[in-house]
Ligand binder design. Structure first.
Ligand SMILES: CSCC[C@H](NC(C)=O)C(=O)O
Ligand SMILES: [Zn+2]
Ligand SMILES: [Zn+2]
Length: 405
């Protein structure tokens, strides 16, 4: 049997560290990363001021005054429902085809380890880079409000001191030969609507009930959802709209009725009813206008709303030729013969916090010919795709870090 590539062995060990929510073991992952950095001769520290450990690695450039290149990855992963997996999801199991099954194989422990291997190769080969190269391994990407990851880190002086010129973070697997690169994301707005209305006996015609009011607003919002759905699916083929180009809106929370623990009071018309929506808005949509739209939808007396997740800003990275980071990224991909398809990321990653500071960021995971299985059961990555990903990053990262000012 062929000897396993050492980078794959390290990757499989990292997959075994339990950084799954709701109780990610960030100390164990920080310890693992620090030990690897030490072994590979990479400068590293654990930054703790945000409340959870962030591992920062650094390769000093020949001109440290230039804006740096940041490789950011999150170390946390979403939970895995054991019964739905064919293999134990935190075992780093590899089958005879070289497919590695574990939570985080795509999202995004692969990229964590590929960045680490790139740093290793740069140090090992004594390759000199013009700009400082930083690697940050952050917690809490997978949760919304209350996270102690990138959202908080970008507000610290420590982050400002990195003087980041460009950030590379996660993208998505691509099922085809082509690779996707993300230059923006949709803003995640989680809207919680509360309706209050008249109560009374369930046998009577009660007017202006909370549920009625809530249903009217829900119907308006679902009508908008249908328009967006149609513009994605029924548009001209040439338009080639992708999920990231339209607004999605899903009713994900619904709550009403007098609940008595194990039963409901069916004959009591409740005074309150609530609905929660996960709305994702493309960066081309004016967020002030969209807020007005939500206010209109909820204008009826007795309705109010709050945000469980909100952002008033949603910057994107412009992919024109004036953006030297982009032209360098693109030309280095051309040089190694990989085809890029630029898209808007349909969900949210840490890149949004970077872009909202006015710093360009690309979401790029070097995974092609692989089904998109992030957050899904039986998430896997083939070892050869993983190894090739390191080579692909080696074709891109040094060029970016050597980019002329
Ligand atoms: C708003 S914080 C939640 C972030 C999460 N990210 C991914 C990639 O699933 C999401 O988009 O739902
Ligand atoms: Zn992720
Ligand atoms: Zn994720």
């Amino acid at each position: 049997m062929q000897q396993e590539d050492s980078s794959v062995t390290v990757f499989r060990k990292f997959l075994q560290i339990r950084t799954d929510h709701p109780n990610p073991d960030y100390e164990a992952s920080a310890q693992f990363l620090m030990q690897k950095a030490n072994e590979y001769g990479i400068d590293a520290e654990v930054y703790r001021e945000t409340g959870t450990p962030i591992v920062i690695m650094k390769i000093t450039g020949t001109d440290p005054s230039l804006p740096s290149l940041l490789l950011n990855s999150h170390v946390d992963v979403v939970p895995a429902v054991l019964e739905s997996w064919n293999y134990e999801p935190f075992s780093g199991y590899k089958d005879e085809k070289g497919n590695i099954y574990s939570r985080g194989t795509q999202d995004m422990k692969c990229v964590c380890m590929q960045f680490l291997e790139v740093a290793h190769r740069i140090v090992q080969s004594k390759l000199k880079l013009k700009r400082n190269l930083y690697l940050t391994f952050v917690p809490d990407e997978e949760i919304g409000a209350g996270s102690k990851g990138m959202e908080v880190f970008v507000t610290h002086d420590k982050f400002r001191q990195l003087n980041v010129g460009l950030c590379i973070d996660e993208g998505l697997a691509s099922p085809t030969e082509e690779f996707t690169v993300f230059y923006g994301e949709r803003a995640p707005w989680w809207v919680h609507i509360t309706a209050v209305g008249n109560a009374g006996h369930g046998s009577r015609f009660i007017e202006n009930t909370a549920v009625e009011k809530l249903m009217r607003t829900i119907n308006k919002m679902l009508e908008f959802r249908q328009q967006q759905f149609d513009s994605l699916h029924k548009g001209h083929h040439e338009c080639g709209k992708k999920l990231g180009d339209v607004t999605t809106l899903n009713l994900t929370v619904l709550k009403a009725g007098i609940n008595n623990g194990d039963n409901y009071s069916y004959n009591v018309v409740p005074t309150q009813a609530e609905a929660g929506f996960d709305i994702r808005i493309p960066p081309t949509v004016n967020l002030d206008e969209f807020l007005k739209q939500i206010k209109e939808w909820t204008a009826e007396e007795g309705l109010s709303f709050t945000f469980a997740n909100y952002t008033e800003k949603n910057e994107m990275t412009h992919l024109n030729n004036d953006n030297k980071w982009w032209s360098t990224f693109k030309s280095s991909c051309e040089k190694i013969g990989i085809k890029l398809v630029p898209e808007i990321f349909p969900a949210a990653t840490d890149s949004r916090f970077i872009r909202n500071l006015g710093i360009p960021a690309f979401g790029f995971s070097p995974i092609n010919n692989t089904p998109i299985l992030l957050h899904d059961h039986n998430e896997f990555l083939n070892e050869n795709t993983f190894i090739r990903g390191i080579d692909i990053y080696m074709g891109i990262i040094p060029s970016l870090a050597n980019m002329e000012p």
